[in-house]
Design a protein around this ligand. Structure first.
Ligand code: MF3
Ligand code: CO
Length: 258
């Protein structure tokens, strides 16, 4: 069943979401060539404590870290390691969720490490724009498929592929709630969006084919063809005034594409 949230509940999710955004903003200052993916996780943990939010992923289905750190061909769910050193030209996906006053918020960005190639930058831009195009389709009366279709069309028009085996999701008192939000499909598919639904929309985009496999660590998903992959995610609320981005460090009504 789909749990719709009251304005007061959405306000709580926005408070937590703003903190999630602050953690990811901090990561932009930390990510540079020479640091390890574990350094990133430690800083995320420190920042979360400072903000007094509870990292959501550590222990979730046995996931071992506070943040998912996925480098280059890693799609999602990479595990931070003291041995993985970031290099100039890499890209790094950072996915962070938190629990605040009983509600979850979940967001992700993919950052360049130092200078990246123009084609790599295009992958990041297209994935980020696909997220916002999906968010713009999260309107009362539309269907989940309107989000899915908007994301897939935009990504494929730009010559990249969307990952099919992982999907976005409803979010609230649980990290994963109904409905699922695929990044592909027909606009006629899925339930109708209603006021008060809170959704984590999260396109994962591969530079090559859409195939994905999970490594022996049981978590790290990589592209089957070794091509680069990017991931951006926001938690949003469907409102009568349009989608409201909850994982953004802006006052209500001031959300911008930043
Ligand atoms: N944002 C992700 C998701 O929605 C990440 C969490 S999975 C975890 O599925 F297990 F690593 F926590
Ligand atoms: Co998510």
């Amino acid at each position: 069943m789909i749990h719709r949230k009251s304005a007061a509940e959405i306000a709580i999710m926005h408070e937590g979401g703003r903190c999630v955004a602050k953690v990811l903003e901090r990561m932009k200052e930390v990510v540079r060539p020479g640091i390890t993916t574990m350094d990133i996780a430690q800083e995320a943990d420190r920042k979360a404590r400072e903000l007094e939010i509870v990292p959501a992923f550590k222990g979730y289905n046995g996931y071992p870290a506070v943040i998912c750190v996925s480098v280059n061909e890693e799609v999602v769910h990479g595990i931070p390691s003291t041995k993985r050193v970031l290099e100039e030209g890499d890209i790094v996906g950072l996915d962070f969720g938190a629990l605040h006053n009983g509600f979850y918020a979940d967001a992700a960005v993919t950052l360049p490490v130092g200078e990246t190639s123009p084609e790599t930058q295009r992958l990041l831009e297209v994935t980020r724009d696909a997220l916002f195009i999906g968010i713009e389709a999260a309107l009362v009366g539309n269907r989940v498929g309107d989000i899915s279709h908007a994301v897939q069309s935009y990504v494929e028009e730009n010559g990249f592929s969307v990952v099919k085996v992982f999907v976005g999701h409803g979010i609230g008192r649980s990290l994963h709630e109904e409905p699922q939000i695929p990044n592909y499909g027909d606009s006629q598919w899925g339930v109708r969006l209603k006021k008060g639904m809170t959704l984590a929309i999260e396109p994962m985009v591969n530079a090559g084919s859409d195939g994905v496999q999970v490594l022996d660590d049981g978590w790290t998903a990589v592209t089957s063809d070794g091509s680069l992959s990017a991931h951006f995610e926001h938690t949003i609320a469907v409102t009568e005034n349009g989608p409201r981005i909850l994982t953004m460090d802006a006052a209500p009504g001031e959300e911008k594409r930043n």
